[in-house]
Write a protein that binds this ligand. Structure first.
Ligand code: SF4
Length: 299
């Protein structure tokens, strides 16, 4: 059985956010500004923070699986820039046309996701007036937001307004929107694969065995909600764990991270579980029975 060491969570992620704030370790050169796809890409025809930018950003974020965000945001930006009708609320191209656009702009999503894209656009327009901020009106955290979305869905006879989008995506979208507007929201750090893997590698998870991503996500979110306010005023701080994962953890297996990673003394080896037969990352975090986190008392 796996449980969460809350003190260790505070220590591990407090060090990461503090390093981000101080622009120390690997954050000296790598920040949300030069790594975050939401900062690097936008359609040329929109201004940062204008209503079309927020609309575009929402439709990309709802399609984001963060497998290759850089390509996704860049190609979505090109597609919208050259097909401005996509900004029109109430405009829904036919599925074959949308499929052709996705192919032309090399947006690599499963074919079924193209129908979902149109569905999300329609629901954003019809249920939230085409304004992503309306999704967040009257709610303070992602749990309340999901209840609100379900309630609106029921009232309008819709099964799921934003199919494919779960807690992590609504948190990611809140993170983007707070960078561009005065939206106030309590969940701003997505409990993504990086937060989960760092928790595993740095001894936040205690015990042994497997835990499903979704269950772990739900356990870690309240802890992140409590920890993050101290760093909220730092521009881009909600991106810190993603920047950490993307720019540091990915290299951890082959580089010495001392001096680069703010928690190298208490973390490692880095472990993202792969399915033994397919070799793909899969929906569990596993803590082996012989795992002793660095900097902890092995007894
Ligand atoms: S020690 Fe490695 S795995 Fe752990 S946080 Fe640092 S870079 Fe990531």
């Amino acid at each position: 059985m796996i449980t969460i060491n809350e003190e260790r969570f505070k220590e591990v992620f407090g060090l990461i956010f503090s390093a981000y704030r101080a622009r120390s370790f690997g954050f000296a050169n790598t920040h949300a500004d030069n790594l975050g796809p939401q900062k690097l890409f936008k359609p040329k025809c929109v201004q940062f923070g204008d209503k079309d930018h927020l609309y575009w950003l929402t439709l990309v974020a709802l399609s984001d699986r963060r497998t290759n965000s850089t390509m996704l945001y860049r190609n979505f930006a090109r597609m919208f820039n050259r097909n401005k009708k996509l900004f029109i609320r109430g405009y829904y191209p036919s599925h074959p046309k949308m499929e052709k656009l996705f192919r032309t702009y090399k947006i690599a999503v499963p074919v079924s996701d193209i129908a979902l894209f149109l569905e999300r656009k329609k629901h954003l327009d019809e249920l939230f007036n085409g304004n992503p901020l309306s999704i967040y009106v009257g709610v303070k955290n992602v749990d309340d937001l999901l209840k609100k979305v379900r309630r609106i869905a029921k009232q309008n006879g819709v099964k799921n307004p934003f199919p494919g989008a779960k807690e992590k995506i609504f948190t990611l979208l809140a993170m983007f929107l707070t960078e561009l507007t005065d939206l106030q929201f309590d969940d701003l750090v997505p409990i993504d694969v990086w937060v989960q893997a760092i928790s595993s590698s740095a001894g936040v998870l205690v015990g042994e065995g497997q835990i499903k991503f979704r269950i772990l996500e739900r356990s870690l979110r309240p802890l992140m909600r409590d920890l993050f306010p101290e760093f909220k005023a730092v521009a881009g701080a909600s991106n810190a764990t993603w920047v950490q994962g993307k720019s540091m953890c990915t290299h951890c297996a082959r580089l010495d991270m001392k001096g680069i990673c703010p928690i190298s003394a208490i973390c490692g080896p880095f472990r993202r579980m792969r399915n033994p037969s397919s070799g793909k990352h899969y929906g569990y975090i596993e803590v082996p029975s012989d795992f002793v986190p660095k900097g902890s008392n092995p007894c």
